[in-house]
Design a protein around this ligand. Structure first.
Ligand SMILES: *Cc1c(COP(=O)(O)O)cnc(C)c1O
Length: 449
């Protein structure tokens, strides 16, 4: 293969370069091995096998360099193999790899918790503990809310995604592929409407008001506020299709929670860490969650997640009631500290806004010319287009268009309850010329007649 360097990271040539068809012969060979060694339940968006990645590109085993509009699902916000992450992890791996924080603690875990207590919305007293995945963070947030309130019910929303464990798949809205055949599900989970402006029956103007009223009415009538431990919501629905709840909806739900002693949990697993042009998406409407769950973008790809929340709630749980063997592993904690330094020093919150300012106008212009694009939405570097059958709101599947992008060397992801959303999550360090080139590829892929 012909890359100029044997390392990943931002020094990789920032160019799209196709030297074989996609996937190439070496990737196809590896994919055949995958198919006999790994069950098909583990899907593949783009069957190229990666050897290096950094900045805005992914390099595959055939030497192709692809434009990355996925960031490993909003994980490598700071880019792959970001220098501050690499340096810290390399030092840590040589010093010690694991003691278990519950057995013999180390400073980096505490430093990550201090940072999150400081950086998450609200200046009240907070605590944080660390786990391994987004699902584990959400499960633990629910455990804490139940313990602190003495109540059991959890309210979630249409189009919500919260993970694949028993409780979190029960909290997730969509059956296929996340829940199909995996029941019975966890009890005491109740689902209410989300303010989805593009698909609200009476139009986007009434959406916030009506959806909040319906949600609150359902909670009052079907669950009873006094039985509800927590209301759990993504400030922008991720897997559900990058749905930004109509403005005013989230504040109304928070207000209802406050008035009824319900813990308001924000699932910022996908929206967190500068992705939306704020460090956390809740900041956009000044929302202060009682508990906030973070993961994905937190540690540049090392497995880490966090539960951060009001000290009185998190302190309620008895000693030994929370934890796990690997949670807050020292390598992952060093990576998280490297991520937070990178976000600050490379001004990635501003950078995310800049990405939105490049992408949104081009996508809106594309929408004018291309009636298959029903909606263009998103904030910062969390952007999506929702595809429809022209002249209707009937969903048009996004998979075929994603595949055309892949063939041309643009890694694009799909999403959405109806599978009709193309979502764009470039690393925040992607150079502008790759963003523009990626959008040009998309533009061609959309011309399907
Ligand atoms: C990905 C995701 C999760 C689950 O995180 P895992 O690390 O895959 O367990 C939970 N909530 C949201 C909003 C997510 O996007």
């Amino acid at each position: 293969m012909s890359t100029a360097t044997t390392h990943g990271g931002p020094q990789l040539p920032q160019e799209r370069r196709l030297v074989t068809e996609i996937p190439g012969p070496r990737s196809r060979e590896l994919f055949a091995r995958k198919q006999s060694a790994v069950p098909p339940g583990i899907g593949t968006t783009l069957p190229v096998f990666v050897t290096h990645a950094g900045g805005g590109v992914i390099v595959d085993a055939d030497g192709n360099s692809l434009i990355d509009f996925g960031s490993g699902i909003a994980v490598t916000n700071v880019g792959n193999a970001a220098p501050r992450v690499v340096e810290r992890v390399q030092k840590q791996v040589a010093d010690f790899t694991h003691t278990c924080f519950m057995v013999a603690p180390y400073e980096s875990y505490v430093a990550v918790c201090e940072k999150l207590n400081d950086l998450t919305p609200g200046d009240h007293e907070k605590r944080t503990f660390l786990v391994n995945s987004g699902a584990e963070a959400v499960e633990n947030a629910v455990k804490v809310a139940r313990h602190a309130t003495g109540r059991q019910a959890v309210v979630v929303f249409d189009h919500g995604y919260h993970g694949r464990t028993l409780l979190t798949m029960s909290l997730t809205a969509k059956s296929m592929p996340y829940k199909h055949g995996f029941g019975p599900f966890a009890p005491e989970v109740y689902r209410v409407p989300l303010a989805y402006p593009f698909r609200w029956p009476t139009g986007p103007e009434n959406c916030a008001e009506e959806a909040a009223a319906q949600a609150i009415d359902m909670i009052n009538k079907q669950v009873g506020a006094e039985n509800v431990a927590a209301v759990l919501i993504e400030p922008i629905a991720g897997e559900g299709g990058f749905i930004e709840p109509a403005r005013g909806f989230l504040p109304k739900i928070v207000e209802y929670c406050r008035a009824n002693g319900i813990v308001f949990i924000a699932d910022e697993v996908q929206t967190g860490f500068a992705r939306t042009g704020h460090l956390f998406a809740c900041e956009d409407e000044g929302i202060v969650p009682d508990i906030i769950c973070t993961a994905k973008g937190i540690a540049g790809g090392l497995p880490l997640a966090a539960v951060t929340g009001r000290a009185d709630l998190l302190d309620h749980v008895h000693t030994g009631g929370l934890g796990g063997t690997y949670g807050g592993n020292p390598l992952a904690c060093e990576a998280a500290l490297g991520v937070l330094e990178t976000i600050e020093e490379e001004k990635l919150v501003e950078r995310a806004r800049h990405i939105g300012e490049i992408m949104l106008p081009r996508l809106r212009a594309l929408q004018e010319r291309n009636p298959i694009i029903g909606d263009v939405r998103g904030r910062g570097a969390m952007i999506a287009i929702e595809l429809v059958v022209p002249g209707t709101k009937e969903p048009h599947p996004a998979g075929e268009i994603a595949r055309r992008c892949h063939e041309q060397g643009l890694l694009a992801l799909t999403a959405g309850t109806y599978g009709n959303v193309l979502r764009f999550l470039p690393p925040l360090v992607i150079p502008d010329h790759l963003l523009e080139e990626g959008l040009s590829i998309l533009e061609k892929a959309l011309n399907i007649d």
